[in-house]
Ligand binder design. Structure first.
Ligand SMILES: Cc1cc2nc3c(=O)[nH]c(=O)nc-3n(C[C@H](O)[C@H](O)[C@H](O)COP(=O)(O)OP(=O)(O)OC[C@H]3O[C@@H](n4cnc5c(N)ncnc54)[C@H](O)[C@@H]3O)c2cc1C
Length: 299
């Protein structure tokens, strides 16, 4: 990251919320499930699938985790009644992982169970490296009972190839992404080229092991490697999908969809939008710069 970008990232949390809110519209469907349904329907009309995410993480009160469970059950029921092409993504710390692992397990199980009844699917997002082992444990335990649950592995983590080999012993459905948290060099690759190389290595290993892979990236170099591997392995369209975040590189999204690839967009919604949007803006200092400019204009 350049010096200027570091400065922008450093100052982002100081920008008043109303300004950040303006820019959140790009990345967040809205505050309510109705907003997420509207965005998902628009995507479905463009032949794009979705995964809904109820914003929230690092929950510290057990009662609050129960509210998130209820919201996810409502989301699944709504997807069914609105006939949307959409599954759900959730975060273990939102559902109690930082309180205790058993609580997170039973909360996630309730959601997976409901999804199973409705013939739907639950993706367990991957958070920072303190959560990796517990998240994989929860996934493996659920996988013994359910076939409608999937996991995420991050290409920047040195351990991911071992985790992948273990997980892919059974037919698995995994999202692969670069990884978004700040991790020390001992456990994560720091060189972006190496992260890309590792991403391609994971995609190839997972697809060869017959896993269904969600290739989650907006980096065209990674997309190119994935397409090369898909071509070399002679895969059918239903054996993988591309995944992108709401509001990011819609042009690349169209290129992939028009070429006939399956593509799913991550549709976050909810009142806890602030942390999510800050993270997105930190990832893209170009947009963060517009936020800072808006701030000075207002002043
Ligand atoms: C569907 C999906 C699910 C994800 N789930 C997880 C998860 O569970 N755990 C996790 O750690 N990470 C997750 N991520 C985030 C991921 O790890 C990366 O941090 C993020 O996708 C950026 O990496 P990239 O591969 O797009 O490459 P980058 O090199 O970061 O980006 C490539 C290009 O995409 C564009 N771009 C990237 N981000 C933005 C942005 N915010 N705004 C505008 N343009 C942008 C830029 O033009 C950039 O040059 C997920 C990403 C996606 C797409």
């Amino acid at each position: 990251m350049s010096f200027m970008n570091r400065i922008i990232v450093f100052f982002m949390p100081l920008v008043p919320k109303p300004i950040v809110r303006i820019f959140s519209k790009r990345y967040v469907a809205g505050d309510t499930l109705e907003d997420a349904v509207r965005i998902t329907r628009d995507l479905n009309n463009k032949n794009i699938m979705a995964t809904m995410d109820v914003l929230g993480e690092s929950t510290t009160r057990e009662e609050e985790t129960g509210l998130y469970v209820q919201e996810y059950l409502k989301v699944l029921q709504t997807i069914e009644s609105e006939k949307l092409d959409c599954n759900v993504s959730l975060k273990p710390t939102q559902l109690g992982l930082l309180i205790n692992k058993e609580l997170a397990f039973s909360n996630i199980k309730e959601i997976v169970q409901k999804a199973k009844q409705l013939n739907n699917f639950v993706r367990i997002d991957m958070e920072d490296s303190n959560c990796t082992t517990d998240t994989i444990d929860i996934y493996q335990k659920l996988r013994n009972e359910f076939d409608n649950v999937g996991i995420v592995l991050q290409a920047y983590l040195r351990r991911s190839i071992d985790d992948l080999s273990e997980i892919a012993r059974e037919p698995a459905n995994m999202r692969l992404c670069k990884g978004i948290y700040i991790e020390p060099r001992e456990i994560a690759y720091k060189d972006p080229h190496l992260v890309n190389e590792n991403f391609a290595f994971l995609v190839e290993t997972a697809l060869k092991a017959k896993s269904y892979v969600g290739i989650a990236t907006h980096d065209e170099k990674v997309v190119w490697h994935a397409l090369r591997i898909i071509e070399q392995l002679g895969l059918e369209r239903h054996e993988y999908e591309f995944q992108m975040l709401l509001g990011v590189d819609e042009q690349l999204r169209s290129i992939l969809v028009n070429a006939g690839h399956r593509l799913r967009v991550y549709v976050p919604y909810g009142k806890q939008w602030y942390r999510y949007v800050l993270r997105r803006l930190k990832e893209n200092p170009k947009i963060a710069m517009y936020v800072i400019k808006a701030l000075f204009k207002r002043a």
